[in-house]
Design a protein around this ligand. Structure first.
Ligand code: 7TS
Length: 415
């Protein structure tokens, strides 16, 4: 065990509850993670002691709220190795961060015939904004295919990324397959053709050490709620000079310097991209989740998840009729295991597991094109985080056995 799981679990009040009379086994962390008491306290603290609007007040509460909001921006920069807090834009989530890039960078940069390259394992959030952008600009969307183990086909990457490519938008970790993509290598190739790279880091930054300057990525998007933080906060990282080249996204208060009826000028970055009153409470509380993860150490988080995934793959592969998707080696994947049990629809499986107190996700995981590549309509998915431990897998296996018996699929080997 890489760290003291019971001590960690004691920090998460929700983990004490029962579901259908059973202890909660929360294996839906790729969708959103649970929150430690320190994050919940930080949220309450904001509303109970320094609630005020930021950047405009001259009273004590407004100053305190502004300081705490801007301090979180610095914490985010430190957490991902950004050179300055000015490279950090707060949005609502990963989806909005990607849309911001499509709108503010894409519309002014792309011309008819330019190419946007994505991969076959992207989440809808990293597909649909590019489709809309392609429609508006006349650019063309190209798709990097995957191999049988869910890795990118590097030969295809090298031939698809070329002189016409203006953007490569790719996930650092697949939310279905768990595949970890070689971002630094992709960035090198893309940059050699003068293309920008957007990294969808929704599943990577919460689970492994990521240094955005080491990656040399142009845009990095992720969400606070997938890393112990509150919902409603996303991050877009981009080098300051690149942010300065971009047009505003949403328009209104906060993002302007001067407004007249004839025209307006923009605030400095990153505030140019934060129109209106932002999500002050949740941004301030996000700071507590970054502290929590930094205290644990992201190397340790990653090591723990490799152990969990290895154990999950071992236990699942002992069950007859289970197909596991993605890389075979646990070290090559993040903390998610998508699987199917022969004849059983993942929704039925999810319902039976819920009766056993086990929360998994079942469906297309917002990756419908990937489901097509895998030739399935849906999968079940167990996804892990810092408070999960191997013994919780017993409940998962028991639930699958129960579902197999109920739906009359062949049961476990030797059972
Ligand atoms: N990109 C990836 C790789 C994701 O896994 C998700 C969310 C998103 C983008 C969008 O994040 P949001 O915070 O803007 O919603 N993925 C999942 C999931 O796997 N199950 O529920 C949400």
């Amino acid at each position: 065990m890489t760290f003291d799981i019971q001590k960690i679990r004691a920090d998460f009040p929700i983990l004490k509850r029962e579901v259908h009379g059973r202890p909660l086994v929360y294996f839906d962390n790729a969708a959103t993670t649970q929150k430690p008491q320190s994050v919940i306290d930080a949220l309450v603290e904001y509303y109970s002691s320094y609630n005020a609007n930021i950047h405009r007040g001259i009273h004590a509460l407004a100053e305190e709220a502004t300081l705490r909001y801007e301090a979180t921006r610095q914490s985010v920069a430190d957490f991902i190795g950004a050179p300055s807090a000015d490279c950090i834009v707060f949005t609502r989530n990963t989806t909005e961060s990607i849309n911001l890039v499509a709108h503010s960078w894409g519309r002014k940069t792309l011309e008819p015939g330019d190419e946007i390259v994505i991969s076959a394992m992207e989440h809808h959030s990293d597909i649909v904004p590019w489709q809309l952008l392609a429609e508006t600009t006349g650019a063309v969307l190209r798709v990097l295919p995957i191999d049988g183990e869910g890795g990118l086909r590097w030969d295809e990457v090298e031939s698809l990324v070329g002189e016409k490519t203006k953007l490569v938008a790719v996930t650092q970790m697949s939310n279905v397959l768990g595949t970890i993509n070689p971002i630094a290598q992709i960035v090198k190739l893309a940059h050699s053709h003068g293309a920008r790279v957007l990294v969808d880091a929704a599943q990577s930054i919460p689970h492994m050490p990521v240094d955005v300057q080491e990656l040399e990525a142009d845009f990095v998007a992720f969400s606070a709620h997938k890393m112990l933080g509150p919902t409603g906060v996303g991050v877009l990282y981009a080098p300051q000079a690149l942010l300065e080249e971009m047009d505003p996204f949403l328009a209104g208060g906060e993002m302007i310097r001067r407004v007249s009826f004839e025209d307006s000028t923009w605030n400095d970055v990153p505030w140019k991209f934060e129109a209106g009153t932002p999500n002050i409470a949740d941004v301030c509380a996000f700071s507590a989740s970054l502290d929590y993860l930094a205290d644990l150490g992201m190397e340790n988080v990653r090591a723990h998840e490799i152990e969990m995934v290895a154990a999950a793959m071992r236990r699942l592969s002992e069950i007859e009729c289970v197909t596991i998707y993605g890389p075979k080696n646990p070290e090559d994947r993040g903390g998610v295991v998508a699987f199917n049990v022969d004849d059983i629809h993942p929704h039925d499986l999810g319902t039976v597991l819920d009766q056993h107190g086990v929360a998994i996700r079942a469906g297309h995981h917002c990756a419908q094109p990937l489901m097509g590549e895998l030739d399935v309509v849906a999968t079940a998915r167990a996804s892990f985080y810092i408070y999960n431990f191997e013994e919780e897998l017993d409940a998962l296996v028991e639930g699958i056995d129960a579902a197999a018996r109920m739906f009359r699929a062949p049961a476990r080997t030797g059972a």
